[in-house]
Design a protein around this ligand. Structure first.
Ligand SMILES: [Zn+2]
Length: 406
């Protein structure tokens, strides 16, 4: 086991680690840029060449002026209609907006094929009791953490988690850190992890904490555009730690975020702008539904990570992706809750293995019905409450290593 990291401070991270930090390339992440076709216009705008022959249609300046006026009039009418719909029926406006955005997103999904990598990709489902904490070690040496919390606010899992990740993050750096949503079973001790490591890029909900630290700049606060706020101390600790982390980039979980190299790709399907506009986080189900659904691809294998996704956002994910995806491993959403892992979603991702991150709880997680749905699809099920820390390793094959068998 590694050193006791409780005694470690950032200032103690050795100079080698610092050099590594500066040498590392800046995060490749960011919103997937919309590809815009370059429409060329030139002085020949008045003439049109037939694709069959060389017949040229010459338009007079007067005719082209008429066409210009008609086009401007159409654009104006459309803009006025859009304005009226937004005024009278904002729900319909945002539905239309989402439809247009989905068209672009689907084009974005036609991503480049990946080449085979020689290294190993590891995903550690760390046993934090009732909660989630996932450490991903990417084959190029970069690291990602998704969530770090415990629903009973137990400090037992804080020290065991810090000890555990210390064995794998020798350079003191976490390249990417994502918080899926603000519940304590996902964020209870994530600030403690931030205190021990240098984080390069944060991916976080578009939600302000009501307890934002005064030292956070107005510009940083202005990034958060949703009307919802969260007032828990747990979220405030994460929020303030992330926004005050020196030299860290903040990326909000909106739209489609892609992190990729030539041989691995993480595609994060976050809530769309439309989702944020139309949904107040008034219920636990809605708070959970902001969880991004992430597909991690490497060497022909696909792993699906879900946070606490549920019957609200699983259909949104399927609609955005379009065609079913043949995946291999599913991090079962929301600790195996009955209202997550709906049958159509399980069929859509079509996985062979399931990992449930779960501990003692009063919610009946994982539900018998959900486990039955997984079993009905012949999935092999691993559980952190029965198997402890679970390591998924992907090279040219896929392998699970369990801290304990049942
Ligand atoms: Zn949870």
């Amino acid at each position: 086991m590694g050193n006791n990291i409780n005694n470690k401070s950032k200032s103690n991270i050795n100079s080698k680690a610092r050099k590594l930090a500066t040498a590392k390339a800046k995060a490749l992440a960011g919103s997937n840029a919309k590809k815009k076709a370059n429409e060329k216009s030139n002085s020949r705008a008045y003439s049109k060449k037939s694709s069959r022959g060389n017949i040229k249609v010459h338009l007079s300046k007067k005719a082209s002026k008429k066409i210009f006026v008609v086009v401007v009039a159409i654009v104006l009418v459309l803009a006025i209609c859009a304005g009226l719909i937004y005024w009278k029926r904002p729900d319909m406006f945002w539905q239309g907006y989402a439809w247009v955005q989905d068209l672009f997103d689907r084009n974005d999904n036609q991503s480049n094929p990946l080449t085979l990598g020689e290294g190993e990709l590891q995903i550690h489902f760390i046993d934090v009791g009732q909660g989630d904490c996932i450490l991903i070690l990417l084959p190029d040496g970069k690291s990602m953490m998704i969530d770090a919390g415990n629903g009973s606010n137990s400090s037992t899992y804080l020290s065991s988690t810090l000890d555990y990740i210390d064995d794998y993050l020798a350079d003191g750096i976490i390249d990417y850190m994502m918080l899926t949503h603000a519940d304590s079973d996902h964020c209870y001790f994530i600030d403690e992890v931030i205190a021990q490591y240098d984080v390069n890029t944060f991916y976080m909900p578009n939600i302000l904490s009501t307890r934002a630290d005064d030292r956070i700049s107005n510009a940083s606060i202005a990034q958060f555009t949703d009307d919802d706020t969260i007032d828990t101390i747990c979220y405030a600790n994460f929020f303030n730690s992330a926004l005050l982390e020196a030299d860290a980039e903040i990326v909000l979980n909106i739209g489609t975020i892609v992190i990729e190299t030539e041989n691995y790709r993480l595609t994060c399907y976050c809530p769309t702008a439309e989702f944020w506009e139309n949904n107040s986080l008034s219920t636990a189900e809605k708070k959970n539904a902001i969880s991004p659904i992430v597909i991690l691809e490497y060497n022909g294998f696909k792993v699906v990570l879900t946070g606490d996704s549920n019957e609200i956002n699983e259909p949104i994910f399927m609609d955005r992706v379009g065609e079913p995806v043949n995946c291999d491993v599913l991090k079962v959403a929301h600790h195996g809750s009955e209202t997550s892992s709906i049958p159509s979603f399980l069929d859509f991702v079509d996985c062979e293995y399931a990992v449930v991150s779960v501990g003692e709880n009063d919610y009946g997680h994982p539900s018998v019905d959900t486990l039955d749905r997984l079993a009905a699809r012949d999935m092999t099920i691993y559980r952190t409450d029965q198997n402890g820390n679970i390591i998924l390793s992907i090279t040219s094959t896929i392998n699970f290593s369990l801290a304990k068998s049942e």
